[in-house]
Design a protein around this ligand. Structure first.
Ligand code: ATP
Length: 307
């Protein structure tokens, strides 16, 4: 009898540990599943109407705890189809900006607008349909690679899924798998490398075809080859989309139309790569630090201002 009682408890402990681990990924899951936590549609909310997909932060303030402000009046605009990169030290509030744009939380001050419409006034479903996310670490389901790619748009035809995989350069990889598109991936199947998982996320995003893209770069150190591959992936998926990059490696941002240097929740500097380097301020210092911290890098980009 005791054993009978013990077993469910034991199972509970097992489930609990699982849940705790899962919590770490919960936010990413929310992103994927479009589940919201505490934010609801306002009564009479209208669907977002996207024209070009201009994203605008106007004097945005926010704190997870009101006693501890994280963003302190941040303003910037990503013009339709352009790319803005956010850089800055750890804890500056970079990822918080992306969470606000996806409306996990509402800003406590200021406004966030897409094509002139305040995101807090439109339906969540329409907002989230307009934004594609390539997260730091993609959640893969214990299912076939076909399921994992098609997750971007569940009504896609096999032809569309294959086309997205080709654009994301993961078709060759899939063709080489033991069971091709039917190979099981995830915890109980094939393990994918960080770069491969990212390409699955890119294929999903291509299928979803959102006008706005958020690219959350992984913090972990990467070898030069993978870093180049990710830069190429980013260029391809961001083409023709309004793109916000949360950047941890400065090599990803050199081509951005504008770079925002965020420090302690404020915009410290802004401009293009070469201009910011020439200014010799915070960005230039970050750049030098990253180059010296990583001498193995064979010059992915030049440290000199480009003409
Ligand atoms: P990193 O480069 O390390 O990813 P970041 O600039 O993206 O940093 P954020 O993730 O935006 O930083 O976090 C900004 C601050 O907000 C940090 O001090 C962090 O501790 C805090 N913070 C982040 N998420 C939460 C949360 N869910 N609840 C409370 N505080 C949080």
């Amino acid at each position: 009898y005791l054993l009978q009682l013990y077993q469910p408890l034991n199972i509970f402990g097992f489930v609990y540990r699982g849940v705790k681990e899962a919590l770490i990924d919960m936010e990413k899951m929310f992103v994927l599943l479009g589940v919201d936590r505490e934010i609801a549609d306002k009564p009479g909310a209208q669907p977002l109407v996207v024209n070009g997909g201009e994203v605008r932060f106007e004097d945005v303030s926010f704190g997870y705890d009101p006693r501890r402000p994280i963003l302190k009046g941040v303003s910037f605009t990503v013009p339709a189809g352009r790319t803005v990169a956010i850089v800055g030290p750890s804890g500056a509030g970079k990822s918080t900006l992306s969470r606000l744009l996806f409306r996990f939380y509402d800003a406590s001050g200021g406004r966030i607008l897409i094509d002139g419409q305040e995101i807090s006034a439109v339906t969540q479903a329409s907002l989230r349909a307009a934004i594609g996310i390539v997260p730091q670490d993609t959640v893969l389901f214990n299912d076939t690679i076909r399921y994992n790619v098609a997750y971007g748009r569940t009504d896609a035809t096999q032809g569309e899924v294959e086309h997205a995989a080709a654009l994301a350069h993961i078709d060759g990889f899939i063709a080489g798998l033991p069971d091709g598109w039917n190979t099981t991936v995830g915890e109980r199947g094939l393990k994918l490398s960080g770069g491969e998982k990212q390409r699955v996320a890119i294929a999903r995003t291509i299928l979803k075809n959102p006008p706005i893209l958020m690219f959350d770069e992984a913090t972990s150190a990467l070898d030069t080859h993978t870093e180049r591959e990710i830069q190429r992936n980013l260029r391809e998926v961001s083409r023709g989309r309004t793109t916000l990059i949360i950047a941890h490696r400065l090599s990803t941002v050199v081509d951005a139309d504008e770079i925002i240097v965020l420090e302690e929740g404020r915009v410290r500097e802004r401009g293009r790569h070469a201009d910011l380097l020439a200014m010799g301020g915070a960005y230039a210092a970050l750049w030098v630090r990253q180059q010296t911290a990583d001498p193995a890098k064979d010059g992915v980009v030049s440290t000199q201002p480009q003409p």
